[in-house]
Design a binder for this molecule. Structure first.
Ligand code: 9MR
Length: 358
């Protein structure tokens, strides 16, 4: 009997602790004492008629005050790097977890940042209940539709741009063999845009891909895809050029400008959406590589400003302290515009120079 009472007490204590622990684990992001400066990147970019954004990782935003301070001082768009991805937000059938996205959305609003939604139909990070499921075509359509309508509907009127379909094209221009293509067919693309637009008519809808900056097989295929969509009356507002680059493979600016021009002539906005520039593949001293990196950033920004239809310049993170790019050589990778201690790098100065030069 005595044992039972002790056991019951232990259970009560454990349950109480687990409830308390869960409550304290609900993410909230501390406020930022807003610091405005007429020479911040966001102020300078706005003067030039564009926005400047960064991908945001949840953990540092929650835990690192310097991360929050630099983000809100310098940028006016944020895009959750991972929090909206299928596996995280919709891990099991019928169950959505919006805890992180809700906190990010509240942070964006409180700090006057536009929110980019990313991504709705993508081939990565799809949970096993979807990938291992045995569904009919109608069920596949219903799954993607419900996923899109739930995510987009929840934040109706609050998202500036949705990256609706992401990376649907291979390097050779063919359609990527994704779970959506295999089970629904190529129509999944048009459908995804139509459902997104119905769920939030105010949001701008983008198609995004990488290795599409220059004219070539892949960018031609993106061009054909979006032109076809427009001809079919599919709601589409812009094309995102991710621009995951390295010093040895930065796009030729003339080719980039021509590419931007043809998309602009279709009536679409263009943006850099995930820019970063690796330096490990470069040559010369570390310092000289950082200067070269600054030139790449500056060239892209200049091309954006010169293209009437380029509306934003978004980097994939902003500090080398947190980047998705692994350290391949042991030298450390440094693809972004602030170093690991949040000091502005030559790339930051180069961007600022371009923004300040009419
Ligand atoms: O930066 C993201 C990284 O943290 C994730 O592990 C990875 C897989 O979800 O996705 C990275 O972001 C990708 C983006 O969502 C789409 N374009 C390519 C990006 C880099 O892989």
């Amino acid at each position: 009997m005595k044992h039972r009472i002790v056991l019951a007490l232990v259970v009560v204590v454990l349950v109480t602790f687990s409830i308390l622990f869960r409550a304290s684990a609900i993410p909230s992001i501390p406020a930022v004492a807003s610091e405005t400066s007429s020479t911040s990147l966001r102020a300078l970019a706005q003067k030039r008629g564009i926005n400047i954004g960064a991908a945001v990782d949840f953990a540092p935003l929650q835990n690192d005050p310097d991360y929050r301070a630099v983000l809100t001082r310098e940028f006016d768009i944020m895009v959750p790097e991972n929090a909206w991805k299928f596996e995280y937000v919709h891990p099991t059938r019928g169950h959505y977890d919006f805890t992180q996205v809700d906190a990010l959305m509240a942070f964006a609003k409180a700090n006057n940042l536009k929110m980019r939604g990313h991504p709705l139909a993508w081939h990565h990070l799809i949970p096993p209940w979807v990938t291992k499921g045995n569904f009919t075509r109608d069920e596949w359509i219903a799954i993607l539709r419900e996923h899109i309508e739930t995510l987009v509907g929840r934040y109706r009127g609050q998202v500036y741009i949705w990256d609706v379909v992401n990376e649907a094209i291979n390097r050779d221009g063919s359609l990527r063999d994704t779970i959506w293509l295999r089970n629904i067919g190529p129509e999944y693309i048009d459908l995804a845009y139509r459902w997104t637009h119905e769920a939030d008519p105010q949001a701008l809808l983008f198609y995004c891909d990488y290795a599409t900056e220059e004219l070539g097989q892949k960018s031609d295929a993106v061009y054909d895809l979006v032109r076809g969509m427009l001809q079919r009356g599919v709601p589409l507002n812009g094309v995102g050029f991710q621009a995951h680059l390295g010093l040895s493979y930065a796009p030729k600016l003339k080719s980039l400008a021509k590419n931007f021009k043809r998309f602009g002539e279709l009536g679409l906005e263009v943006q850099f959406t995930e820019l970063d520039v690796k330096v490990q593949d470069g040559v010369g001293s570390w310092d000289s590589r950082l200067v070269e990196q600054g030139k790449v950033y500056a060239g892209l920004l200049k091309t954006c400003l010169e293209a009437q239809t380029c509306t934003a310049f978004t980097t994939w993170g902003f500090t080398d302290r947190y980047t998705w790019i692994g350290d391949l050589t042991g030298l450390g990778e440094a693809p972004l515009i602030f170093d690991k201690s949040y000091r502005p790098k030559p790339a930051y100065d180069a961007i600022k120079d371009v923004l300040q030069t009419e």
